[in-house]
Design a protein around this ligand. Structure first.
Ligand SMILES: C[S@@+](CC[C@H](N)C(=O)[O-])C[C@H]1O[C@@H](n2cnc3c(N)ncnc32)[C@H](O)[C@@H]1O
Length: 325
């Protein structure tokens, strides 16, 4: 198999099951990556159109080739935070299914020139969108110890975040952090691992990647952008891989699945607004043990999904969340 096509889509069976009943519809694969999930949608749902978006230009290049014969697949390089604009630019008003499969693709992780992997040495890059300016090196130059410690704690659950942050910032200032292996080395000095790569290194890398790409900010924006273009009975499926992502998906999906109370300036309930969605996964779906056995990447995956039930009050939710139309 071609190296660029080997990404095994995570929880693809569950995604297809959640989209059942929306056959021949319009789907947004908001993180098309190597096209694994889109290939499943093509095979099992006979879509009228798949709008494939990715922040990584390489993903669009790979999918242009992979889907060159599939005229219903429309590809866009961009951020899913803008998916409503992408969809409407195509003249499409609403879509029947949206998928976000968060994180980065295997081809980016495996490419040492991208600087995502602690297992390969590479430049201080970590940009998902290689056309953006700010890479990991620039990010570290602008960082102070305190903010970096907060990032390590919040996005990576790193223990001793202040110790790690202090060492990274100090060494960067001294010109001793120039490549990925210098960061690995620094973390290993705080958490000696005796041979195998420690979980702490993994956690530090996850936190840095999320921060460099502002991933959680865009995830929240992407959820609201998707809600705007979802049809009634349309479904929004999100696969997340760590607690920071899942917290955001859970909070937005819970919020839109519950009635909203509008309060008067005196704090009295003035009105109750009907929810715009039905929560299909009060408990997130885990991958099957069989899938985890075959694909270790699926281990930490979780699916949350909602179905849109009304459009009447979406404006109220958008205003409350400070999302502009
Ligand atoms: C786990 S991969 C998706 C794999 C894909 N589902 C497949 O089956 O091949 C996640 C993808 O999301 C992309 N991505 C991450 N953040 C994004 C964003 N804010 N907007 C659009 N794409 C994003 C990454 O570049 C990566 O290609």
């Amino acid at each position: 198999m071609n190296n660029e096509n080997y990404h095994i889509p995570v929880m693809a069976k569950e995604v297809i099951n959640l989209f059942k009943g929306r056959e021949k519809g319009v789907f947004v694969d908001a993180t098309i990556g190597a096209g694994g999930h889109s290939a499943f949608i093509l095979e099992f749902l006979s879509p009228k159109m798949i709008i494939g978006i990715d922040r990584d230009p390489k993903a669009i290049k790979i999918c242009s080739k992979k889907f060159e014969r599939e005229t219903c697949v429309k590809l866009f390089h961009g951020n899913y935070a803008d998916m409503d604009k992408v969809v409407r630019k195509l003249g499409v008003q609403e879509v029947d299914g949206i998928l976000i499969d968060a994180g980065i693709s295997s081809f980016a992780l495996d490419d040492e020139r991208r600087g995502f992997s602690f297992q390969k040495d590479g430049p201080l890059d970590m940009r998902i969108d290689t056309s953006e300016r700010k890479n990991l090196g620039d990010f570290l130059d602008e960082m102070d110890e305190h903010t970096l410690a907060k990032i390590l704690k919040e996005y990576g659950d790193v223990v001793k975040p202040y110790r790690v942050a202090k060492m990274i910032i100090q060494r960067r200032k001294e010109g001793k952090i120039k490549k990925i292996s210098d960061i690995v080395q620094t973390v290993l000095e705080v958490f000696p691992s005796f041979g195998r790569v420690s979980d702490e290194v993994r956690q530090v890398f996850q936190a840095l990647r999320i921060a460099v790409n502002n991933e959680l900010f865009f995830l929240r924006k992407g959820l609201w952008a998707g809600l705007k273009i979802l049809s009634i009975k349309g479904r929004f499926v999100v696969i997340s891989f760590h607690s920071g992502e899942d917290r955001i998906v859970k909070s937005v999906f819970r919020l839109v699945s519950q009635p909203m109370r509008l309060l008067s300036p005196e704090g009295l309930v003035r009105d109750r607004i009907l929810p715009i969605a039905k929560d299909l996964t009060p408990k997130p779906l885990p991958p099957s043990s069989e899938e985890v056995r075959i694909n270790s990447r699926a281990k930490s995956a979780k699916i949350r999904a909602i179905e849109k039930i009304s459009d009447r009050s979406i404006q109220c939710y958008l205003v409350k969340e400070g999302i502009d139309e």
